[in-house]
Design a protein around this ligand. Sequence first.
Ligand code: PMP
Length: 362
Amino acid sequence: MKRVLNFYPGPSALPIEVLEEAKEELLDWNNTGMSITEISHRSKEYEQIHNETQELFKELFFIPDNYKVLLLQGGASLQFAMVPLNLIHEGETASYVITGRFAKNAFKSAEKIASVYTGASTEEDGTFYRIPSKNEIKIEKHSAYCHITSNNTIYGTQWKEFPSFEGIPLVVDMSSDIFSRKIDFTPIGLIYAGAQKNLGPAGLTLIIIRNDLIERSKDDLPDILSYKTHASKNSLFNTPPCFAIYIMNKVLKWAKRKGGLDFIEKQNNEKAKLVYGMIDSYPEFFITKVEKKSRSNMNVVFRLPSEDLEKKMLEEAQKEGIIGLKGHRSVGGIRISMYNANGIKEIKTLINFLNYFYRKNA
Ligand code: PMP
């Protein structure tokens, strides 16, 4: 068996220890004589892991007590609809900060539900290179929330600090940098994220919601779309994505063994320093317009001098067992997605390859 070095943007690499453990337990989990995918979600064995996963996530991500964690399905894309459905009441609006494709998708979805506003947009020639400063953002009166996308997976930009607006909760799509760094919860009303980048398999969506926003959520929604339902049923209103939750449980325990979020954040900063250091050494070869202070620690996006060279890089990387470096189809070029499971060792191997490719082709 030969494992590849995986830089896919999501679903993406998981810690090998987690996969080994899951493999070991696949036929007989926890002395039940079955796998986790075969057991009832109403069993006490499953419920234990369901609750433990929420508790571990709260502990390791330093989530304050006045927030609940929900473990749902439907991806971040379903939250593009659930957030406005639940939180925008009659006569209210919401402000959206547009920093990339997914922010736009969130806005477009909300637009069908209520009349919402663009608080700011950093779109330039059909693409995005930066995060706006706080004073560029205009919040409409009667905004139920302000929505931002903390990390823009396609464009390689990231909010380093979240903005806060007096009395208006922040709703944050953290799909591509959840659990990659410590965050200040003070302005946060709600966070949502698919698990498939930093926390586990696709199919599981995490919601972190402040208690007063659960209370405030609308009552006239179908149960499946209601935060109130899911919160009151401990995310067991219907069948949860049991296997994905089980894997997330193992990812969290792996992170805890490594030193928790302190370790993860430090490692992510070091990885980013190494990769940006490399591309900044040869700016005429690794070409990026992303504003330096908006650079993402998760996705590094650049072009090479020609499309032929980009194609050649992807082919040679693949031969070396390095995969997932193709930029999103809307921007082309190269993208290095370096979520938590790829450590310094993996990044150094990648940098050696980039260095070698540069020397041969510059
Ligand atoms: N938001 C961001 C920032 C993303 O990166 C993605 C997917 N890559 C999404 C939303 C959409 O997520 P999903 O496919 O889970 O609906």
